[in-house]
Structure formats: structure tokens, C-alpha cells
Design a protein around this ligand. Sequence first.
Ligand code: NAI
Ligand code: MG
Length: 365
Amino acid sequence: ANPSLLILPGDGIGPEVMAEVRKVIDWFGTQGRPFTVEEGLIGGASYDAFGTPLSDETLARAQAVDAVLLGAVGGPQYAGVDYALRPEAGLLRIRKEMDLFANLRPAQCFEALADFSSLKREVVSGLDIMIVRELTSGIYFGEPRGIHPDNAGGRVGINTQRYTTDEIRRVARSAFEMARRRGNRVCSMEKANVMESGILWREEVQWVHDNEYPDVELSHMYADNGAMQLVRNPRQFDVIVTDNLFGDLLSDAAAMLTGSLGMLPSASLGAPMANGRPKALYEPVHGSAPDIAGQGKANPIATILSLAMALRYSFDMGEEATRLERAVEQVLADGHRTADLMGPEGGTPLSTSAMGDAIVAALAR
Ligand code: NAI
Ligand code: MG
């Protein structure tokens, strides 16, 4: 059977960047590597059609395919919608229901963009790190949560950071597995100095290391220091493993090391399926970018590189994944830039569609 892919374009620039991914998929089809592609709704698009940001039917299809590729969700028009029906709730729910507990965010510096990084070329040149963020637990999910009247006539907003042994150990395993295929080093980040969940995190990651991955080099770092080190000397890291909240912040900071949010793919992996590969959802790190939606300005590379990750981790198509990444590198080396990749020297930016065409042309060369 052909590899099956469920595409969920979502909102804002989601459908625009996904149209470019379809060009790449179609090109692989012409090369004798066809996919079975279905498309569905998520986020605001689903809310508008069905009154829910993720329908049970879409969720069932997501559970049945080899991989899901998602654009982005959200937009200012949904700001007044009840929290549980917000576009973002659809994203949180699909991650939770598929139990995608490990979020992989590579931060890789493309040589042609090294001068575009927020840091100096000599600090980021050759940078290749992987942040493994716990995705289904922690403070975004912990109970109790809510906004309540307090005793002084005001209100109190509550969220709870909560992690269990199993939740920490399984994401630690994902990080150690990843490290074995890379530079064999893991740095675990928490705040064990001020948080109980941080103390448990440190102990459990150490436990997994000592009992299951003694061959991998493990270090621990407070997450605030980690933020500083990421900016001071990011190449000291190979794999970073951290919780949901810190991973959200640290990976956004790492985004700026590589130039643009428009360049960053991600993978979210869960437990192995019957075919032995992990359940998986691939998506760009960026959001729906309402400020540029509908203008043909979005950079499709983050989503195209997310497809490359799907080829590698879900479809056993590592060679094709590398070929796609090289095509992106080539297009950048040739000087092609979407607006987000333009420096102060200016120039004429490529549209979303022209960038997709350039990548397909480079693939075909
Ligand atoms: P954002 O990532 O959508 O945009 C941040 C900035 O980066 C904007 O100036 C945007 O124009 C730019 N940008 C993002 N992706 C780009 C691309 N591919 N090409 C060129 N420029 C790009 O984050 P923001 O503005 O905080 O959130 C906007 C909406 O997206 C909100 O509703 C938010 O909840 C949602 N969101 C959704 C995410 C998801 O679906 N995974 C993740 C983050 C935010
Ligand atoms: Mg974020």
C-alpha cells in the first residue's frame, strides 16, 4: 500500500503553505513514489464548518493514517470563542488523543542563511541541534486550573505543573534514542532549584540514563541558564530534552538562531503503531500568521521540511528526505528568498508559490 498522509491545512497561511507541499508530493508521485493523500479540517476552519475545532471523524482519520501533516491554526476572529472551542483547542486535542508526547524541533543553520541569524555567523555556522519537548503534559494540561474569585474581592488564575514518572521517562527515552542517531549527547533542562516537578524530572531522566542509556552522555542544566547558553554558544548542544512549557520557549528562542520561524519544521511522535513506526504528526513551528495571511508572502519551507521529516520518520524514505532538504538548501544558496528571509539590503522577495516552484525545480535537477 502507498504511504498514507492526512493533510490538515488549518487557518491563516496554513492552506497557502500546504499548497506548496502538495506540489512536492505530486512531484514524488511522478517519480514513482505516490502517496495516498486525504485532506481534512482543523482549527477555525473546522469550527466554522462543524462548530468544533476538531471533529471526531477527522480525529479517527488521523489515528488511521501513517502520518498527519498540519499547517497552522488560529486567528483573531476566534478571540471571543469559548476556550474549549478555540482553534488552538483542536491542536491540543489531536496531540493529546494521538498521545504525541515527544515534540522534535530541529534547529539547523542553513549556510546560505547564516548571516541572517540573530547571532554572528561564527556562532551559528554548522549549527545542528534537536530540541525534544514533552508535549502532552505539564502546565498546559495540569489540574486544577481556572480563574476564580479570590477572598479579597479580586480573582485568581491557576495552572498546575504536574509530571509523573512515566511521562518523564518516555520522553527521556525519545531523546536518548535520538541522541544515539546523532552526536550521542543529551542535555536535560528544568528548574530543579525552585520546582518539585523539576526535581522529579532531573531524577527520572538520570534514572533512564543510568539504567537504559549509559552510553549516551547526559548533562543537566537549569532552563534559564539553558536559554542563555542557547544564545551564547548554541553549538555546545546536541539533543536538549525539556518539559512542555520550557520547550515551548526554548525552541522559539532557538528559532531565531536559524533565521526565521518560516524555516522551522517539527515532528510530534507517540508510541509505535502496528507497523513499528511511531504515531506521528508533522507541522511547522510557526502559527497561522494572520498578519500576512492571504498575501502570498508566507515562507512554505518550514512545512516542506516538515514533510521531509515525515518521509524520514514515518515512511522510511530517508533518501527522499535528504533529497528534499538538499533542494531547499540549493534554492537558498541560489539566493531565492521569501520576504521573511530578506535582510536589510532588500531585494525582490519570492512569493509563497514561486518558492514552492523553485524547490520543485531544484528537486527535479
Ligand atoms: P505566528 O507564528 O503565526 O507569527 C509570528 C510572526 O512570524 C508573524 O509576524 C508572522 O507573519 C511571522 N511568520 C510566521 N510564519 C511565517 C512564515 N511561514 N513565513 C513568513 N513569516 C512567518 O505566531 P503568532 O502571531 O503569535 O500567532 C498567530 C496565530 O497563530 C494565533 O492565533 C496563535 O494562537 C496561532 N498559533 C498557532 C500555532 C500552531 O498552529 N501550531 C503555533 C503558534 C501560534
Ligand atoms: Mg510557541
